[in-house]
Design a protein around this ligand. Structure first.
Ligand code: ADP
Ligand code: MG
Length: 245
């Protein structure tokens, strides 16, 4: 699938003042490609991901369009967005561990999108969730654990398994490697490579330049809510055009 962000502008309203988080941002995520969105903290990276998912808070004023395979997504239409989320478009959230339910076993949580968004029955959903966990290096001995019984890197891999369980056409990863051990980082890299090889479009949001350079086909540099330039990963370190880059 192709996801196009067209002239996106997001202002967070707080009382009588506003924070301009994104200004005229246009990007395209193409099938079989990984685009890295890099930029320092506060540059608007998470806002872009959340806008694509239709998950910005009510205080956000959004202009511009998000277009999935030629269809304009209305981020405020929950019913329409829920048809798209998980199955066609999914995201691993920054600090996503907070989205796991502490009272449910991880395999049940990974199975949830299959049941609620993929029309799977409980038995088959649990089997597929188990396969998805194994693919991110979490063996059967861990499947019946609760989130607090896993390490940070393992939790991050649960979130990755969950976001990818329906094999969505577009996968957005927000800081998937921050504070990860080398093994978990390698698995994130493998998941990105495999998704790209299957023709999925991947948006890798990160401030880890080295990781981005290795995984991405193209890089977009975001600064104060604007895309300064997009360039091939090799050029980021050797031939940046803009002084900030
Ligand atoms: P990044 O992910 O690159 O660190 P964010 O998208 O989180 O950047 O934030 C971009 C800007 O928008 C920052 O100035 C941040 O403080 C502001 N911002 C983010 N979320 C909110 C919110 N819910 N309400 C108000 N301001 C926000
Ligand atoms: Mg962020």
């Amino acid at each position: 699938m192709t996801l196009a962000v067209d002239s996106l502008r997001v202002v967070y309203r707080e009382g009588d003042h506003g924070i301009l988080a994104l200004d005229q941002v246009s990007l395209t995520l193409e099938p079989g490609r990984c685009l890295a969105l890099v930029g320092e903290s506060g540059s608007g990276k998470t806002t872009l991901g959340m806008a694509c998912m239709g998950l910005l808070p009510k205080s956000a004023e959004v202009r511009g369009r998000i277009i999935l395979d030629g269809k304009v997504l209305d981020g405020t239409d929950e019913t329409a967005m829920n048809r798209v989320r998980w199955a066609e478009l999914s995201m691993v959230f920054q600090n996503g561990a907070a989205n796991l339910n502490p009272l449910h076993r991880i395999v049940d949580q990974v199975a949830e999108p299959l049941i609620h968004h993929g029309g799977a029955g409980r038995r088959s959903a649990l089997d597929r969730a188990a396969d998805a966990l194994v693919r991110v290096g979490l063996g059967p001995d861990l499947h019946r654990r609760y989130p607090h019984q896993l390490s940070g890197g393992q939790v991050q891999r649960v979130l990755l398994a969950m976001a990818g369980v329906l094999d969505p056409g577009v996968l957005i990863l927000d800081e998937p490697t921050s504070a990860l051990d080398a093994l978990s980082k390698g698995i994130v890299a493998k998941v990105i490579r495999e998704a790209v090889a299957r023709g999925r479009a991947v948006l890798l949001i990160t401030h880890d330049l080295e990781f981005a350079v290795h995984q991405a086909d193209r890089m977009a540099v975001l600064y104060l809510g604007q895309v300064l330039e997009t360039l091939p990963p090799g050029d980021l370190l050797s031939r940046p055009l803009h002084p900030y880059t």
